[in-house]
Design a binder for this molecule. Sequence first.
Ligand code: AHG
Ligand code: MN
Ligand code: MN
Length: 368
Amino acid sequence: MQDGRTTLSKFLIDTLDRQPSSGNAAATAGLSALLIDVAAAIKSISAMLTKGSLGGNYGSAQTINTHGEEQKKLDVATNEVFVQQCEWDGLLAAMVSEEMEDVYAIPSDYPRGDYLLAFDPLDGSSNIDINGVVGSIFSVLRTPQGEAQDAVGEAAFLRPGYEQVAAGYAVYGPSTMLVLSVGNGTHGFTLERDIGNFVLTHSNIRIPEDTVEFAINASNERFWEPPVRRYVQECKDGRTGCREQDFNMRWIASMVAEVHRILMRGGVFMYPRDSKTPAMEGRLRLLYEANPMSFLVEQAGGLATTGRERILDVRPHALHGRVPVILGSKNEVERIARYHGEYDRGEDKPYTSPLFSPRSLFLPDFSA
Ligand code: AHG
Ligand code: MN
Ligand code: MN
């Protein structure tokens, strides 16, 4: 760029299309164009959200999505924006969204490509009513080799997160930012509204390995497993407890906003396994929430685990399957994973006291 700034298009073309050292140019052919279309969807959504209740898109859509949650008009409208901006370009074979029950195959009036897009068009949508921060999350996979582009079904999406070729989110805050990774670090772009460009403002983001900030919905405490209760209790004990330092807590109720804070200054975010809804493994969806965020966090030097397994290694079983999520600053996430291991091996001395024993009245029943 003549003004010395790097736009998203320049970044993608330089990174994906003009890097002989990146080896397999064929493997990423078209990816920059696809990501530019995703960015176009994000710009439209940003403009829509900025109008607030004047935009006519507030309130309930009076429909229930595949998770049994009431859809807001904006959940539906933002989903539509993603579909319309990305279905025509000949780069995708199919899409999956939080707001669509089944795989959305690209209609036959458009050419099909061999990328797959999974997305959460509006994350943290309960924040809409209070003019709080919301986001969009997306993940890009390639169709499995040998799979015909016109026959892509559910199985094509049920792949571990380490196979993602790109992942990112948009955070719609005081400014709109797009944070993405194509596997060479995590990079942040800020939307210059008057021109309509995303400009690289946060190159190669690194998450500090240590932190004294954690985020969890503490109203669920009675449903948590002992290792999570132990970790949070130790943080709350602060300077006078075994951690010998004070911690701070945040909860924005939008994973995008939490992950963005962690990328900017460190921290830990947890939506762990709980017994609130025993049939569910966690709150957050693997394909379009946990996997893309874990990819971005790992690319920035952080870690992401279920407590017992690296999230990017989890084998999905269902399009909308859920997973426990613990991610952020490396040393804290390692500590929480260690607490899970100690608990599972019965080595968790303070928490095998009668108060926290598996039969205690104080503990949820995970046997179901
Ligand atoms: P969504 O709005 O896409 O359904 O996602 C909301 C998710 C996540 O972003 C957030 O961390 C969590 O749900 C909030 O859960 P609580 O309602 O328990 O606060
Ligand atoms: Mn979400
Ligand atoms: Mn959502």
